[in-house]
Write a protein that binds this ligand. Structure first.
Ligand code: PMV
Length: 332
């Protein structure tokens, strides 16, 4: 018997950030987060369940159309998650996995969220247990990438901090509001400090408790801004949020500096774009690259301005999208 399944899952960009892990065994956050699911930045993953035997897990990565064995560090996270999924399904066997990202890996572009959401959806299908979005959210999160919980849904998504099962939920479908995420890539090199480590250090910042106190109001405003399609209100909060995440990171012990000179050049440029009348607002995850959120009818102007900057290596134009799906378009 051989069962093969392929899933495509998108990255997401957080408007309200998940930063700080309350329960690292269960991957549960200190605070609720809200994001937009993307459409161009995706991971594709094929999982094949092989017959019982002595075989080892094989993990292949496809880059520029070429399949090659994955580096050991990359395979370990996949192996741990597949073990968890086999226990959940009560099925034995070994796997062959092939994976591909449409964007740079490990550079603060949420490759772990899309990667683990795709792996979870494909592996569960290969194990004969296709998942609903809510189950996918819970299982993908158990990989250790909390933001993968949000990639289980399309559109606008909240991952609450309640004491429940830890599933994210959809706030609005993608069709509710056409927003774009124009990513200015200032470095595609993998980051030096993982977000896992950033989450662990966050509560050591003297500003962490204060952030949590004020977050309820910000969450309410972001939910309202999404419901009312108010880019001005959403934009001012998401910029504040990005600065706050990095304030916490820079005041953690030891401090973490994700920004480069290029990051600041892009932030300045976004301010100039606003002065010129574009509704463009910047947010930054755990890396140096800047995500510029704007109404989709302004994405061409925003992308053109960002491409002009010497500090920008490349620009990725992405939009709100519909979430993960299974496909017959296998990688192997
Ligand atoms: O899911 P993780 O552990 O990779 O953490 C993601 C953290 C941020 O991207 C910085 C914020 C977020 O909410 O996506």
């Amino acid at each position: 018997m051989s069962d093969k399944a392929t899933a495509v899952a998108p990255a997401n960009i957080a408007f309200i950030k998940y930063w700080g892990i309350r329960d690292s065994d269960q991957t549960l956050p200190y605070n609720a987060s809200i994001s937009m699911t993307l459409t161009a930045c995706v991971s594709r993953c094929t999982v094949e369940l092989l017959p019982e035997g002595p075989g080892e897990l094989e993990v292949l990565v496809r880059t520029d159309g070429i399949l090659a064995p994955a580096p050991p560090g990359f395979s370990r996270g996949i192996e741990r998650h597949l073990l968890r999924l086999k226990t959940w399904a009560g099925i034995r066997g070994t796997f062959r996995v092939a994976t591909e990202n449409s964007f740079p890996t490990g550079a603060g572009l949420a490759s772990s969220a899309s990667g683990f959401a795709a792996l979870t959806l494909a592996a569960a299908a290969a194990l004969g247990r296709p998942l609903k979005s809510r189950e996918l959210s819970i299982l993908a999160r158990s990989s250790g990438s909390g933001s993968a919980a949000r990639s289980a849904f399309g559109g606008y998504v909240e991952w609450p901090d309640d004491k429940g099962e830890g599933s994210a939920r959809q706030l609005a479908e993608a069709s509710h509001w056409a927003l774009s995420d124009v990513v200015a890539v200032v470095s595609s090199a993998p980051k030096e400090v993982s977000s896992r480590e950033g989450h662990r250090r966050a509560p050591g910042s003297q500003f962490f408790a204060r952030r949590l106190e004020r977050l309820g109001e910000k969450l309410r405003r972001v939910r309202a801004a999404i419901a009312e399609r108010d880019i001005g209100d959403l934009g001012s909060i998401l910029e504040e949020e990005a600065l706050e995440l990095h304030l916490i990171a820079m005041s953690s012990r030891p401090p973490i500096f994700y920004w480069t000179a290029g990051t600041i050049a892009v932030l300045r440029s976004v301010r100039r774009l606003r002065e010129g009348g574009l509704a463009a607002y910047a947010t930054i995850d755990a890396g140096p690259n800047v995500h510029v959120i704007c109404p989709s009818d302004e994405e061409v102007g925003v992308a053109a301005a960002l491409r002009e900057l010497n500090e920008v290596e490349s620009v990725i134009v992405d939009r709100v999208g519909n979430g993960p799906f299974l496909t017959e378009d296998h990688l192997v």
